[in-house]
Design a protein around this ligand. Structure first.
Ligand SMILES: C[S@@+](CC[C@H](N)C(=O)[O-])C[C@H]1O[C@@H](n2cnc3c(N)ncnc32)[C@H](O)[C@@H]1O
Length: 466
C-alpha cells in the first residue's frame, strides 16, 4: 500500500462502511413508505432479467417516473444490484423453500422474491419490512395476486434459516454464465479467473479523477489516493452532494479507466481526436491536461452528457456527432484516441447487468467493429503521431489480439511500451509487449470495500514519420 493510502486512512480513521450501513438501516422501514423503492428495484430487475434491457437506462426511467427521495433511490439501486450480483445463489436458496417450481410467465413474481431474499439474506433488512412489503407487491401484481400467502410463507422460512443455506453455496458458479468463466479460465488460468469473478461480483468503491491536488481531495472526501493518482472513496448516495462536484473539481472515473490517457504523458498543446468519446471521462482528462480536442461519438444524447460534464468542469472540447467508422477530417491529429465499443466484461463490478445481457457471440461481432474503427482511426493520425487504443473488455480478441493483427497489417505503426514508473503502473499490469492489462482482481491488497479496479486493455502505437 502506498504511503499516501496509509496516511489518509490513518488520518481520517472513520470506517468506510458507515454510509452503506446507514443506507441499509434507513431504508428498512416497513409500511407503505418503503414500497416505491422496492417497486423500482423489482421493475428494473424485470427489465434486465426478462426483457434484457440495460440496467442504467431502465433504472433512470423507473426513477424519473416516481418522485423517490435520494435515499430511497439509492436503496432501490442497492437491492437491484445485489440481486444481479447474487442471482444464482438467491434462486437456489429460494428453490429449497418451494415445494414445486413456480409456474412460468408469472410476471414480476420471481423478481419480487429475489429482491426480498436479497434484503433478508444480504442487506440485513428487518424481516417484517422485507416480507410485508414483498407480500404487498405480490398482491398488487395482476399475476402474482394469488401467490401472496405462498410468498409470505416462503420468505418467513427463508428469513429463519436461509443464511446458512446461502453461505454453503458457490455464488460464482451459480451466478456467472458458464461461457464467460470458461473463457477467463482459458485466458487467465482457473485460479485467476475465480479471483476475477469474485472481484467482479463485489460492489465497487467510488473512484474519481481530480483536476489537481489528489491528496487534498482524498482527505476532504474521506478517501485515499491510489498510486495511479485517482482518489478512491466508499461513498454511498448522491454523487452531486459531495464536496467539489458542483464546483467542477473532479469527475467520476474508475481508476483503470483513467490509465490509458496517462500513457500519453504530457499532452499540453497536442491536437487530439477522441473517437467514441462520450460520456467524456477521457476527454476531460485530455482537456485538463491542456490538449485541444475534437470529441466524436455517434450518440447525440451521450455527447450532450459529455458537454454537460465538461461545462461543469470548466473544460472545453469541440464535439461532433458522427459514426467513427466513416469519420473523416481535412486535418490529421497528433493523437487519436479510440476507446472502442466492446463487451465491457472488465466492468461487471459497476455494471452487473452485463452478466445477463452479453453473449459469447457478441465478442466476434464487436471485434470486427473494433478492427474497422482501428483502421479508420489510423488514417487520422499524423505522421509521427500516436494512436491510443483501449477497451474495458477482458477478452483478448478485443485487446491484445486486435493490436497484434493491426501491427501485422500496418508496418507504418510501432508499439510504444508503457513508459510510466512501476510505482504508478506495476509490472503485473503490463503485457509481455508492454501494453496495459488490468484485471478486476488487482488492488486486492486494499481493505475490503475499496478493493479492485475495472479490467482494461490499452496500447499506444506510434505512426512512422514518412
Ligand atoms: C466505451 S464508451 C466510451 C467512453 C468514453 N471514452 C469515456 O472515457 O468516457 C464507447 C462509446 O462509443 C460510442 N460508439 C459506439 N460505436 C460508435 C461508432 N461507430 N462511432 C462513434 N461512436 C461510437 C458509444 O456511443 C459510446 O459512447
Amino acid at each position: 500500500m502506498s504511503k499516501a493510502m496509509t496516511n489518509n486512512r490513518r488520518a481520517r480513521g472513520a470506517p468506510m462502511h458507515d454510509a452503506r450501513t446507514r443506507l441499509k438501516s434507513s431504508a428498512s422501514r416497513a409500511g407503505s413508505d418503503g414500497l416505491p423503492a422496492r417497486d423500482v428495484a423489482v421493475s428494473a430487475l424485470f427489465s434486465v432479467l426478462i426483457e434484457k434491457r440495460p440496467f442504467d437506462d431502465v433504472f433512470a426511467k423507473a426513477t424519473a417516473t416516481r418522485a423517490l427521495a435520494a435515499r430511497d433511490r439509492a436503496f432501490a439501486r442497492l437491492i437491484a444490484t445485489t440481486v444481479l450480483r447474487n442471482r444464482g445463489s438467491l434462486q437456489a436458496v429460494l428453490k429449497t423453500y418451494l415445494e414445486k417450481p413456480l409456474p412460468e410467465h408469472l410476471g414480476r413474481l420471481e423478481q419480487i422474491l429475489l429482491a426480498a431474499a436479497a434484503q433478508l439474506l444480504l442487506l440485513q433488512t428487518p424481516p417484517h419490512a422485507a416480507i410485508s412489503l414483498a407480500v404487498d407487491q405480490c398482491r398488487a401484481d395482476r399475476n402474482g395476486r394469488r401467490f401472496g400467502n405462498l410468498v409470505n410463507a416462503v420468505l418467513r422460512r427463508l428469513s429463519e434459516s436461509g443464511s446458512g443455506r446461502l453461505a454453503s453455496l458457490d455464488n460464482i458458479m451459480l451466478t456467472f454464465p458458464d461461457w464467460l468463466l470458461d473463457r477467463w479460465s482459458r485466458t487467465y488460468g482457473v485460479a485467476e479467473a475465480r479471483q476475477i469473478a469474485r472481484a467482479s461480483l463485489s460492489e465497487p468503491p467510488l473512484d474519481i479523477t481530480v483536476k489537481s491536488d489528489a491528496e487534498e481531495w482524498a482527505s476532504r472526501l474521506n478517501g485515499i489516493t491510489l498510486p495511479t493518482g485517482s482518489v478512491r472513496c466508499s461513498h454511498v448516495g448522491r454523487i452531486e452532494d459531495l464536496e467539489g462536484y458542483a464546483d467542477g473539481a473532479w469527475w467520476v472515473q474508475d481508476a483503470a479507466a483513467a490509465l490509458p490517457v496517462k500513457l500519453l504523458g504530457d499532452v499540453t498543446g497536442l491536437s487530439v481526436l477522441d473517437l467514441c468519446a462520450a460520456p467524456g471521462g477521457k476527454t476531460a482528462q485530455l482537456a485538463a491536461g491542456g490538449a485541444r480536442i475534437l470529441a466524436v461519438d455517434k450518440s447525440a444524447g451521450r455527447l450532450a452528457r459529455l458537454q454537460e460534464n465538461l461545462r461543469r468542469l470548466g473544460l472545453s472540447a469541440d464535439v461532433s456527432v458522427a459514426d467513427a467508422q466513416s469519420f473523416t477530417s481535412e486535418t490529421m491529429f497528433d493523437v487519436v484516441l479510440l476507446d472502442a465499443p466492446c463487451t465491457a466484461t472488465g466492468t461487471i463490478r459497476r455494471h452487473p447487468d452485463i452478466l445477463y445481457l452479453k453473449r459469447s457471440e457478441d465478442i466476434a461481432a464487436l471485434a470486427a467493429l473494433q478492427a474497422k474503427l482501428l483502421r479508420q482511426a489510423a488514417r487520422l493520425v499524423r505522421p509521427g503521431g500516436t494512436l491510443l487504443y483501449c477497451t474495458c473488455s477482458l477478452e483478448p480478441e478485443e485487446g491484445e489480439h486486435q493490436i497484434a493483427a493491426f501491427l501485422t497489417e500496418r508496418s507504418d505503426f510501432r508499439r510504444q511500451p508503457i513508459q510510466l514508473d512501476e510505482t504508478v503502473i506495476p509490472l503485473l499490469w503490463r503485457t509481455a509487449d508492454g501494453d496495459l492489462r488490468t484485471l478486476p482482481s488487482y488492488f486486492s491488497e486494499l481493505p475490503e470495500g475499496i478493493r479492485g479496479l475495472d479490467g482494461f486493455y490499452a496500447a499506444t502505437l506510434v505512426k512512422s514519420d514518412c
